[in-house]
Write a protein that binds this ligand. Structure first.
Ligand SMILES: *[C@@H]1O[C@H](CO)[C@@H](O)[C@H](O)[C@H]1NC(C)=O
Length: 306
């Protein structure tokens, strides 16, 4: 949504799941070495254009070599395809003005943070984020075990807020203000199959990052065949389809649910095991996101140099 000539969108609707504009993207000076290592590992050094060579590499080899080189498939700000940090682009309105549906899950951060056991761990993780303002004191006062019930919950909320939830809210708010139909949703279903399997990891991570995927794709092995999950999956598929067909949510309207676009009243749809409804974004999340909006993240200085 921020690539190329944003006045000529390459698609006209988008659903973003856990799909925030990351606060800070990579830049070439940080990722070039990894790319070069990958190119060398697959035998494409010195080939021009190098992308033509890379495209001929078998997928598994490319995947394994990337993992060995420590390369993750995240875009970088290169000044061409991605012209600048996404949040900067958003703040300037340099983004596709297309209808979006933006969904995130209750516990976006848990998947990444279960190793945390103490407030010291929480503070160390906060400090490890180079995107923070130089002074992390305030963030450490917000994300405490005392405020959230446990160190894991504190850090999971920190990670979830900063990487997913707050940028998501910023995105829909900005698009709505620009006159674009932007909808916000929350996925609140803890898939039961993982729990039935007695998996200790899944028992503590709540409605984790990616929990909604089997529902959106009707992926049977991950959906409980006997409870509500199949029917919710079908309703989500219908809703996504309604959205892409351009007629916002006739199925939901039939069910008496009017999903409003996201504005200052903070209304969003919730998918839960007991049904679908519209709720208001809670004030504590809103105020944490206001904090991050005001925090003036460091993307405009060192992190944005090409
Ligand atoms: C499916 O859901 C039912 C009802 O909640 C539950 O009793 C059962 O254990 C679940 N099965 C699996 C495989 O998750």
């Amino acid at each position: 949504m921020v690539s190329g000539d944003v006045t000529k969108p390459l698609f006209d609707r988008a659903v973003l799941e856990s799909g925030a504009l990351f606060s800070v993207y990579n830049i070439p000076s940080l990722v070039q070495a990894g790319f070069d290592a990958l190119v060398a590992a697959v035998g494409c050094s010195g080939q021009t254009p190098v992308l033509d060579c890379l495209r001929k590499v078998p997928a598994q080899k490319l995947f394994d070599s990337a993992a060995a080189a420590g390369v993750s498939y995240l875009p970088a700000v290169d000044g061409k395809y991605v012209k600048e940090q996404q949040q900067v682009a958003l703040s300037k309105g340099q983004i596709y003005k297309i209808p979006v549906l933006v969904l995130d899950n209750n516990d976006e951060g848990t998947y990444f943070t279960t190793y945390i056991t103490s407030q010291d761990d929480v503070n160390a993780l906060i400090d490890s984020f180079t995107l923070l303002p130089a002074d992390n004191t305030q963030a450490k006062q917000i994300y405490t075990a005392a405020n959230f019930g446990s160190p894991i919950a504190a850090v999971a909320n920190f990670f979830g807020d900063i990487v997913f939830k707050c940028p998501d809210i910023q995105l829909v708010r900005t698009l709505t203000a620009a006159g674009v139909a932007a909808f916000k949703g929350r996925f609140s279903i803890k898939p039961t199959i993982n729990l039935a399997a007695g998996d200790a990891f899944f028992s503590v991570i709540g409605v984790y990052h990616t929990a909604e995927m089997p529902f959106v794709w009707n992926y049977n092995p991950s959906l409980n065949q006997t409870n509500y999950e199949k029917s919710i999956s079908q309703k989500m598929i219908n809703t996504w389809s309604d959205f892409f067909a351009g007629s916002p949510f006739p199925g939901l309207l039939t069910a008496g649910i009017n999903w409003p676009t996201y504005d200052s009243t903070g209304k969003r749809l919730v998918w839960s095991s007991t049904g679908t409804s519209v709720e208001t974004v809670p004030s504590d999340l809103k105020s944490r996101c206001d904090f991050w909006d005001a925090a003036n993240l460091r993307f405009s200085s060192a992190n944005n140099k090409l």
